[in-house]
Design a protein around this ligand. Structure first.
Ligand SMILES: [Zn+2]
Length: 439
């Protein structure tokens, strides 16, 4: 008897880390979970807040990566955002489970380890914590509750500056914080998680409405439509059932489980269009559940359905090409434009302060235009192939001689010199210069 009691006591004192429960975590529980993860995995996580909600709740982000605290040249940044609509609660919990899975599998699972070593993954479980709290206090409703909006009764996914229409919705602190975050980081890919349907949606959500450009009904095609379709299908076909397209009774049939945003219904001020147009970040809007606020006993099933999609999407950050624009001494050139002929953006894609660009592209032949304002431009034809198995986009750096007007000696393309630590995984791409610099 004595021995068995002693055994029980010893067993009870062994540190035991419980798996994350499938339940809804309130603000306090969410914060302490993120802090615990950060404490337990300090070398691969970094916890930070991008700002506060109307009531002062921090908008927490956990960054996961080999170098989680700051951007590293050559390593792409990407993000997941949950719960922009406070009553669409499944995404918030899925992201907590994704965090747990990633950190626990680091250095145990080869793919997860390479995903974490070769990208910085920013996860914001809740962009609308005030709305979530309201939802938790009201009766659960599958289709709508007051918690959709923030505390000022504003729909945050209608609150972003819009390239097609003037947005009169007063800018909210949550939106401003996320806008600054998008504009200050160089995010390549993103997903915003919603509920109320089961589908992966892609830009544009809005379309031209002025008299000169009569809106075509339905589909609002963006210059990178092929890339977005690929990204969306990757999600829907990695998902257990999304690709069937007929998951919910209250939504239309979605071929392949994907849709162009405006083809489903168009709206102004969405975060997805802002990411793509102003942030040069390819964001999908993924709807996870027919019911916006399902009972917690369904959460494990949702996790099983979405786990592979959420993980597979991380690898897609290595689609296409990336590199730096520099002068002949290797100093980075900021705000050089990097555009692909035939798919120019409303706001041209520009290099960041490290002179970097990231350009998701499907395999194929492209003509790339790199322009340093006031100096000149370079047109390069290039064959892009899929290099994702190496957990790196293809690397193509550009050197501009910005101290001379001698066109003949102005530039030289460098064949894929890798930036920093990814040197071993880089394959070179073949390029042919057919147009020299123009001063
Ligand atoms: Zn939503």
């Amino acid at each position: 008897m004595f021995r068995s009691i002693k055994f029980l006591w010893v067993w009870a004192t062994i540190p035991y880390v419980t798996a994350l429960e499938f339940k809804y975590h309130n603000t306090k529980e969410l914060e302490s979970y993120l802090r615990d993860i950060n404490t337990k995995y300090p070398s691969i996580t970094h916890l930070y807040s991008v700002g506060k909600s109307v009531t002062g709740i921090n908008l927490w982000v956990l960054a996961i990566g080999k170098y989680p605290k700051e951007h590293t040249v050559g390593i792409p940044d990407m993000k997941y955002i949950g719960n922009i609509h406070g009553d669409e609660v499944v995404g918030r919990e899925m992201l907590l489970h994704l965090i747990e899975h990633l950190v626990e599998m680091y250095e145990k699972d080869a793919t997860i380890t390479r995903l974490i070593n070769n990208a910085r993954i920013h996860i914001m479980p809740s962009m609308n914590p005030d709305g979530f709290e309201i939802t938790q206090r009201t009766k659960a409703d599958c289709m709508f509750s007051n918690g959709r909006y923030n505390k000022e009764h504003i729909d945050l996914n209608r609150n972003f500056p819009d390239a097609f229409e003037n947005n009169l919705s007063p800018l909210q602190p949550e939106t401003r914080a996320v806008m600054n975050w998008i504009l200050n980081e160089t995010f390549v890919l993103s997903i915003s998680l919603h509920g109320g349907a089961v589908v992966a949606s892609y830009p544009y959500d809005n379309r031209r409405t002025d008299s000169k450009f009569k809106p075509p009904s339905g589909y609002s095609k963006c210059p990178d439509d092929d890339v977005f379709v690929y990204l969306a299908k990757n999600y829907s076909y990695s998902h257990e059932s999304m690709h069937s397209g007929d998951e919910c009774q209250n939504t239309p049939y979605f071929q392949d489980g994907i849709t162009n945003g405006a083809e489903w219904y168009h709206f102004l001020g969405g975060m997805q269009d802002f990411n793509y147009i102003s942030g040069q970040c390819f964001e999908l809007t993924v709807e996870l559940s027919c019911c916006k606020n399902p009972p917690p006993n369904f959460l494990e099933e949702y996790w099983n359905e979405n786990e592979q999609s959420l993980i597979n999407f991380l690898k897609l950050v290595h689609l296409g090409i990336k590199g730096q624009v520099m002068n002949m001494d290797g100093a980075p050139i900021k705000n050089a434009t990097v555009e692909v002929q035939g798919r120019e953006h409303i706001i041209p894609f520009r290099t960041n302060k490290w002179g970097e660009y990231y350009r998701p592209l499907l395999p194929g032949l492209y003509t790339l235009n790199v322009t340093v304002p006031g100096v000149g431009s370079n047109t390069t034809e290039l064959q892009v192939f899929n290099n994702m198995e190496n957990f790196s986009a293809l690397v193509l750096n550009f050197h501009f001689n910005i101290n001379t007007t001698d066109v003949s000696s102005l530039t030289q393309l460098q064949y894929g010199t890798a930036s920093g630590i990814q040197q071993n995984t880089i394959l070179l791409i073949s390029i042919v210069i057919f147009s020299a610099l123009i001063y």
